[in-house]
Design a protein around this ligand. Structure first.
Ligand SMILES: O=C(O)COP(=O)(O)O
Ligand SMILES: [Mg+2]
Length: 219
């Protein structure tokens, strides 16, 4: 098997981070004198980064969009204070990343989460050592589904054959826009049926990923 590049999405792919995102939103809402949203509602807002998530919360709650920048700041501060307290890796993630690293694959994270908390989550959950490159939602001027963050990850890994691994509509669109093969993790935060999400391969448990990587023909 020839080593390839593996680029991973973070939220809903490597880690179930929704409980901490939910808590940060709840703390922000409490500061505004409002009740928390339920977890499923917050999960439905994850995918296009924190500023977009806060905008969706504001619209959902009938709050003032003029407060958007302030509420993004409040939510990010809350999240930075506790970005990994309730966040867990999906089963098998650490063992599989170890095996893939051992096999010589170069690996990166391409997330719409801001870079600082993305790095904190990776560090706190023992994942940082697997990734040569981390690009977050505020690293470049554009975010996924623009293909630039994924292309920047691949370039930073030295170019060459790459598989992008993600859980959501945004990831499928990013892979298509970038012209990169896409492996869909089906147990994350997607809202669309698997059959309706463009993907090359799909998997529901991480122990299935190495075999899918091995099947990839380097181009
Ligand atoms: O922060 C988000 O909204 C999504 O993050 P992700 O790109 O790691 O899924
Ligand atoms: Mg995701």
């Amino acid at each position: 098997m020839r080593p390839i590049n593996l680029v991973f999405d973070l939220d809903g792919t490597l880690v179930d981070s929704a409980p901490d995102i939910h808590a940060a939103v709840a703390a922000m809402l409490a500061g505004e004198g409002r009740d928390a949203l339920d977890l499923a509602t917050v999960i439905s807002f994850i995918g296009l980064g924190l500023p977009n998530l806060v905008e969706r919360v504001i619209r959902h709650c009938g709050m003032n969009l003029g407060d958007h920048a302030r509420l993004v700041g409040v939510t990010l501060a809350q999240y930075n204070a506790a970005s990994s307290a309730l966040t867990r890796t999906y089963p098998g993630v650490v063992a599989v990343l170890s095996a893939l690293q051992q096999a010589g694959h170069a690996m990166a994270v391409c997330t719409n989460k801001p870079e600082a908390p993305a790095r904190a989550v990776l560090r706190d959950l023992g994942l940082a050592r697997f990734f040569q490159v981390v690009i977050g939602g505020d690293t470049l001027a554009v975010t996924k589904p623009d293909p630039a963050p994924l292309h920047a990850c691949i370039a930073a890994l030295g170019g060459g054959a790459t598989l992008y691994v993600g859980d959501s509509e945004v990831d499928a669109a990013t892979a298509l826009a970038a012209g990169v093969p896409f492996a869909l993790f089906t147990e994350g935060y997607r809202k669309t049926p698997v059959a309706d999400l463009p993907h090359d391969v799909a998997f529901s448990t991480f122990d299935a990923l190495p075999a899918l990587v091995a099947q990839m023909r380097p181009v």
